[in-house]
Design a protein around this ligand. Structure first.
Ligand SMILES: Cc1cc2nc3c(=O)[nH]c(=O)nc-3n(C[C@H](O)[C@H](O)[C@H](O)COP(=O)(O)OP(=O)(O)OC[C@H]3O[C@@H](n4cnc5c(N)ncnc54)[C@H](O)[C@@H]3O)c2cc1C
Length: 455
């Protein structure tokens, strides 16, 4: 195999082991992910992706993807694999009249949110502005507006893809409907995405922010959140969170080296109504209160997710319930651990409503999802973080639903825990039809057991 052949066929670049750029090229956003492809390809167009897929077929190579690179940790590098980094494919077109966006495969969520916001429109973005729209939306997409508007994957209206036979196709409900169904929640298992068209929402203002209390009040505040949110309308999305911040100079003085319990929320509708809903929590005397009216394009600031690539390890679980005992178990397992963050997000509302028009991730019936992680600057800390992630998941285990949310699975999992059995079987049939040689190597593969899979 001559990688220079591929380099000549594309307008983008190919970086191979031994090249000066190799170290940076194989890095993901999660700096702890040890990506070991045979080469990294930077396509600049759909034609480049077509050429790469054909080259991979000729040389029996697998293909893996980094869009934003936030879920690269679980990719299995045991076979010869080309890594497609789509970061140069950053085109965004907004159609204000139709209320839609067309994005190329490397666009980040914050950039789409800003472009949509310039037209008074909102993309269903999650807490982090620097996840890739494609990775986030193909894996489900839990946004700050999710209880009202459902999963981001089900706002995909059409996609430009390259299938394993090297053919570019435009897919939607009327063209290759099975393939179109499979990309909406099924991750990167069935085709290479070169562009997505997404529905946007005419929203110009959201009342959102975070309340901070010292972590010593963790059990009391999480209990208050737990009893506060069930009666809220679907226009409110909220989460309870514990945060143990390191003593590092990049953090502001007010929070550096300190630990907090937080409640974060985003509320659609008039801010006076949101303020009234929030009052019972404000009555508990938070030390800091960042709630304000903001355009949806600023929702990426609420959770203060890291802005730059970081080394970390984490994982998540869907929960069937969060009773008082679960709060106590979570606080006991997390406080004083090596972990930075644990959150429990309230789901329900539109997320739990199936729809005939939806994709493979039709709905999430579980009422909560948990996600936890810690920074892993070196091997010793990494081992401690992995141990403590396991302890948190074990502590909350009695309330786990047994299902996983693909985007929050940061380790290899059995994909049958992500989808209902009938959906999983249909996804396997789509995979067998469009990618029978398993060319596309998703971080969470279907039809093949991940080498490190655990439930
Ligand atoms: C700090 C942080 C905050 C987060 N907040 C949220 C949140 O609020 N809501 C939520 O739902 N998730 C959230 N996530 C999870 C996030 O959505 C997933 O990690 C998602 O996979 C990120 O997408 P990415 O493009 O950055 O990842 P990548 O690792 O680049 O991609 C993930 C997978 O998507 C597929 N893929 C990517 N590009 C293509 C392509 N062109 N063609 C085919 N397949 C492709 C591949 O299978 C790839 O392995 C968060 C993660 C982090 C680290």
């Amino acid at each position: 195999m001559e990688l220079s052949d591929l380099d000549e066929r594309i307008s983008g670049d190919v970086v191979a082991p031994g090249d000066e750029a190799w170290g940076a090229a194989r890095q993901a956003w999660n700096l702890a992910a040890d990506q070991r492809p045979v080469a990294v390809v930077y396509p600049e167009s759909a034609d480049d992706v077509v050429a790469t897929v054909r080259f991979a077929t000729e040389h029996r190579l697998r293909i893996a993807f980094n869009a934003g690179g936030h879920n690269a940790g679980p990719i299995d590098w045991s076979g010869d694999t080309l890594l497609l980094k789509t970061e140069r494919m950053t085109g965004i077109e907004i159609d204000p009249a139709a209320g839609t966006a067309r994005i190329e495969a490397g666009v980040l969520a914050g950039d789409l949110a800003a472009a949509a916001g310039a037209h008074g429109l909102a993309f269903l973005s999650g807490t982090s502005p620097n996840v890739g729209v494609v990775g986030y939306a193909l894996g489900g997409g839990l946004s700050w507006l999710a209880r009202e508007h459902g999963l981001a994957c089900n706002t995909i209206l059409a996609a430009d893809v390259v299938t394993a036979d090297g053919e570019p196709r435009r897919i939607d409900r009327d063209h290759e409907p099975d393939l179109f169904w499979a990309i909406r929640g099924g991750g990167g298992n069935v085709a290479a995405i070169t562009a997505l068209e997404l529905r946007l929402f005419p929203i110009t203002s959201v009342f959102a922010g975070a309340l901070f209390w010292p972590i010593e009040r963790a059990a009391e505040i999480l209990e208050a959140w737990r009893t506060w949110h069930p009666s809220l309308p679907t226009t409110v999305e909220s989460l309870g969170r514990l945060l143990q911040l390191p003593d590092v100079p990049v953090l502001p003085d007010a929070v550096r080296g300190r630990s907090f319990v937080l409640v974060e929320a985003a509320c659609l509708g008039p801010s006076a109504e949101a303020e009234a809903l929030l009052q019972p929590l404000r009555d508990l005397g938070p030390e800091m209160d960042t709630f304000r009216s903001m355009p949806p394009s600023q929702l990426g600031e609420v959770n203060m997710d890291p802005e730059m690539p970081v080394p970390y390890a984490g994982d998540g679980l869907l929960l069937a319930d969060v009773p008082a005992g679960a709060v106590d178990a979570l606080v006991d397992a997390f406080v004083g651990s090596s972990l930075l963050h644990v959150e429990v997000r309230h789901l329900g509302g539109a997320l739990s409503v199936p729809g005939d028009e939806h994709g493979v991730l039709d709905a999430i019936p579980d009422p909560y999802v948990l996600f936890t992680f810690g920074m892993t600057p070196d091997a010793a800390v990494h081992a401690a973080v992995v141990r403590d992630v396991g302890r948190v998941l074990a502590a909350i285990g009695p309330w786990a639903s047994g299902r996983r949310y693909l985007n929050f699975a940061e380790v290899g999992v059995d994909a049958r825990t992500i989808f209902p059995a009938a959906s999983y079987e249909r996804l396997l049939r789509v995979k067998a039809t469009y990618d029978p040689m398993d060319r596309f190597h998703a971080n969470h593969p279907v039809g093949r057991t991940h080498p490190t899979a655990s439930v």
